[in-house]
Design a protein around this ligand. Sequence first.
Ligand SMILES: C[S@@+](CC[C@H](N)C(=O)[O-])C[C@H]1O[C@@H](n2cnc3c(N)ncnc32)[C@H](O)[C@@H]1O
Length: 274
Amino acid sequence: MERKYYCNDFDYNEYKNEIESSGSIQRFIDNEIKVNKTESESSESENWNIFYQKHKTGKFYKSRNYILYEFDKYFQALTSSSETGSTFILECGAGHGTTIYSLIDKLSDKIIFYATDYSDDALKILTENSLFDSSRVKVSQWDIIKPISILLPCPPKLIICIFTLSAIHPDFHYNCFKNMADILESGSVICFRDYGQYDFTQFKQKSFISQNLYRRFDNTLSFYFTIEYLESIIEKLKDELEIIEISYCTILSKNRSTNVDMKRIYLHSVIKKK
Ligand SMILES: C[S@@+](CC[C@H](N)C(=O)[O-])C[C@H]1O[C@@H](n2cnc3c(N)ncnc32)[C@H](O)[C@@H]1O
């Protein structure tokens, strides 16, 4: 099925060539900051607790209505399933629930959401939302770098992984996909969306750590994905996972307050458990 939502405002490869031939990415690389392994192993995700302690209102991210369009056929397959009983969707790195609250009233009430995140503070904000319904949304802390420790009533039919892995050091991306693969049944999918290389925000980052990886002012990490990078991770898990959709989503938008044009780039992918 063709993707309906606008997602191809400019040609990614032309833009990439423009950026790489202009040398505008080089100055970020020149400012390289070394992060030692111990730090990346232990404390990176902890910065998200601090982030959510500072942003308690839960209004920090815009709603995600486009997710229904972008992953339409996978959500439809769940809704039209003839199975009786509940169907589970698990979100990893659910934050304070922007994605779940964009979907909950648009999908059948047979669908139960499992909201998981590293940050207890994020999950607390998620449960304080006026749309929170404990019969539809179950909440559990899960550091996706580690195998899941919560007991799921049954395997999720779909995992949502949106703007989560960009917050995790790339040393652990393989573990994250492995841990997701381990809780899925054959035929179930991971719906993935995250920042793509050369997204507008990449040029606003000040602290370069390594290729496509930056530290924001609030100490959280920000990684920018390429198709080749994601393919290389899934290749290592090829006995368990296969990519069935992968593309850059390119969007031209304007910052209304500054009037600045922004070229937004996201990596869209659907990964299936074999
Ligand atoms: C950029 S936010 C995105 C939140 C949400 N997915 C959204 O799109 O609104 C990144 C999220 O990843 C979570 N996170 C960071 N490290 C994690 C880890 N190791 N395991 C699970 N979640 C993690 C953070 O707490 C944060 O909620």
